[in-house]
Design a protein around this ligand. Structure first.
Ligand code: BGC
Length: 395
């Protein structure tokens, strides 16, 4: 927990959410701050003035990864990754069992962060992350997934929590509705996301609905339909107070403010003015507001440390050469961006490269996809070491 003290000290000084600083050991006096809040937490405004809790699941993965590294300099760097606060994905009903363990020790100046990710017919336009619930299992989603999560969160009113809601789901309904699987999933996605938003609308929770990335809903023709799709679901949920906006670039590779943007020389670039995530959220946010939904954003910078790696903007699977990106911080330089966050736990795979696997997706066999790679969510030691070596800023 070395990084903890550093973060506490920095946030005390700046009042802002602090990225782990290069100084590894802060004064021990900061330890007094590490207790849980004594009274119920009510979140309003940017919740990332608190730093993200470094959850035990990622810390465990990273510690074993560090233990397996022989090069001592790289091992020391790997160890530091364990203290970065990241989102914890609740990607099955069984996974609900780790939530409590990752809520009970969260200090008052931090927030626990989770990804809600178990919709029926999950990942309808791809195969790698197809989930455990089939199209039509909406009641299972509500009663065996969302309700038990809500019950746990209700036991911890004194703990601040941030949630990313169902990555890729609503964006798929905007751009991939021609695919049969997305057509079949559409009503369950809309009902499921609305149910999640309504049920999880507790004072100590702030939610962000996933909005893909600039290379997805950022196309001129997708912007308005995208904003309308998200806002419709938000309004169907009763416009929950604790929804603050959107998450973007989740498990993605886009740069924050690179200009000209990474794909601005592509032949179709004229059709997309959102060539980096900053332009995307500053374009999409106001459209959300027009459509009746709040437009603040958090951006996943966990793996975007290096640019120029993808052959095509849509290449999403285990991109070769990637590095850890900017550490979580609320200093973004954009009033619409609440924070840079690490949503995808760097080192966990995006999808298997095993062509015989049921969830094999051809994107994970592309020239720019790292091989071999295990099933989505499984640890890939070689990929973790690559992220570490290419980290920008470095560890
Ligand atoms: C996988 C999930 C996993 C998450 C985080 C997704 O692509 O489908 O199972 O929890 O990534 O690694």
């Amino acid at each position: 927990m070395k990084g903890l003290y550093t973060a506490l000290v920095a946030s005390a000084i700046t009042g802002a959410f602090a990225a782990p600083s290069p100084v590894e050991n802060g004064p021990i006096t900061a330890r007094a701050n590490a207790a849980a809040c004594a009274t119920p937490v009510t979140l309003s405004g940017n919740p990332f003035t608190r730093s993200i809790y470094a959850n035990k699941e990622y810390a465990k993965e990273v510690s074993s990864a560090a233990a397996a590294i022989t090069d001592s300099a790289l091992k020391a760097k790997a160890t530091k990754v364990a203290s970065v606060g990241t989102f914890l994905w609740i990607d099955t009903r069984a996974r609900i069992s780790v939530i409590e363990e990752n809520l009970k020790d969260v200090p008052c100046d931090q927030l626990a962060a989770f990804v809600i990710y178990d919709l029926p017919g999950r990942d309808c336009a791809a195969k790698a992350s197809n989930g455990e619930l089939a199209v039509g299992d909406i009641n299972v989603y509500k009663t065996e997934y969302i309700d038990p999560i809500v019950a746990i969160f209700k036991k911890y009113p004194n703990t601040a929590i941030a949630l990313v809601i169902e990555p890729d789901s609503l964006p798929n309904l905007v751009t991939n509705i021609d695919e049969q699987a997305c057509k079949d999933s559409a009503s369950g996605y809309r009902e499921g996301v609305a149910y999640a938003l309504k049920s999880l609308n507790l004072p100590n929770i702030i939610m962000y609905i996933d909005a893909g990335h600039g290379g997805w809903l950022g196309w001129n023709d997708n912007l308005k339909p995208g904003a309308q799709e998200l806002a419709k679901v938000y309004k169907n949920a009763g416009s929950p107070k604790q929804v603050r906006g959107i998450s973007t670039n989740v498990a993605g590779w886009n740069q924050w403010d690179l200009s000209p943007g990474e794909f601005s020389k592509a032949t179709d670039a004229q059709w997309n003015k959102c060539q980096n995530e900053k332009i995307y959220i500053e374009t999409f946010g106001p459209l959300l507001k027009d459509a009746g939904m709040p437009g603040q954003a958090i951006i996943d910078t966990g793996r975007n440390g290096k640019s120029g790696l993808r052959k095509a903007w849509g290449d999403w699977c285990n991109v070769i050469g990637a590095g850890f990106g900017k550490r979580p911080t609320s200093s973004t330089g954009s009033s619409l961006a609440d924070a840079f966050v690490w949503v995808k736990p760097g080192g966990e795979s995006d999808g298997t490269s095993d062509t015989s696997a049921t969830r094999y997706d051809s994107f994970c066999g592309k020239e720019d996809a790292f091989k071999p790679s295990p099933e989505a969510g499984q640890w890939n030691q070689a990929y973790f070491e690559q992220l570490l070596k290419n980290a920008n800023p470095s560890f």
